[in-house]
Design a protein around this ligand. Structure first.
Ligand SMILES: O=C(O)C(=O)C[C@H](O)[C@@H](O)CO
Length: 256
């Protein structure tokens, strides 16, 4: 049996635009259903969603039903967390709060087996199909995709250095944290923040790495795609659910 290959990484490297969706519900049912909905990728949030490594595994198992690639965000840029997420089968990681090239290099190193990194070795994991694959250790390093999250003004100033780190496949801008760092907490739509997001897409693309971002509605997602972002999460499951439920309730009340 062959070890899993990372089609998300290959499609990103080929310059494709990949439409994603952000999952905060930490629900295997939502994960399975949304994996069938046509998105290219789903983000499983281990930073702000109420879920730990043991809770992310059933989300990955459920998402394997459909066609969307799984991207997992660890709670922090931490080599132990990264190792544990890779062992449960995550192949693409979105590493939060990367502030410097050294921090980006640490994230890459955490995701690679020696001699290319410091990932610890386990024999039978979900990642290696419980030890039943013939080639897991031969291909594991090359199948990992590392996306680093730039979400402060300081990190933005070092964007080119961070993107240049070998093994970084893409740079993802966090609009909410960037807005907060620019003095616009809760207002990612502020013109200064939006200008920074537009500039960042161009600067990341110029480094040859893929630019990514989170939108919270289709209009924002389309604008970001127009600016050159190539892996864009168009919304958040929780936001879409609550927004849809509120609209429905308003429509029902308006009919009275
Ligand atoms: O800064 C951001 O934007 C992010 O990193 C995403 C947030 O954590 C959040 O909106 C996810 O629900």
């Amino acid at each position: 049996m062959q070890a899993p290959r990372n089609t998300f990484k290959r499609r990103l490297a080929a310059g494709e635009v990949l439409n994603g969706f952000w999952l905060s519900l930490a629900s295997p049912v939502a994960s399975e259903a949304l994996s069938l909905a046509g998105f290219d990728w789903l983000l499983f949030d281990g930073e702000h969603a109420p879920v730990d490594v043991a809770g992310i595994q059933p989300l990955l198992q459920a998402a394997a039903t459909g066609t969307a690639a799984a991207v997992v965000r660890p709670a922090w840029n931490d080599k132990v967390l990264i190792k544990r997420l890779l062992d449960i089968g995550a192949q693409t990681l979105l590493v939060p709060f990367v502030q410097t090239a050294d921090e980006a290099a640490a994230a890459v190193s955490a995701s690679r087996y020696p001699p290319h990194g410091v990932r610890g070795v386990a024999g039978a994991t979900r990642a290696s199909r419980y030890g039943l694959t013939d080639d897991y250790f031969a291909v594991a390093n090359q199948e990992i995709c590392v996306l680093v999250q730039v979400e402060t003004g300081e990190a933005l100033a070092r964007l080119e250095e961070i993107a240049a780190v070998e093994g970084v496949d893409g740079v993802f801008i966090g609009p909410s944290d960037l807005a907060a760092s620019m003095g616009h907490l809760g207002r990612p739509g502020h013109p200064e923040v939006q200008q920074a997001l537009e500039d960042a897409a161009r600067r990341i693309a110029a480094t040859g790495k893929a630019p990514g971002i989170l939108a919270t509605n289709a209009a924002d997602a389309r604008r970001y795609l127009g600016w050159g972002y190539r892996f864009v999460a168009a919304g958040v499951d929780l936001g879409v659910m609550v927004g849809g439920a509120r609209s429905m309730l308003q429509a029902v009340r308006a009919a009275d």
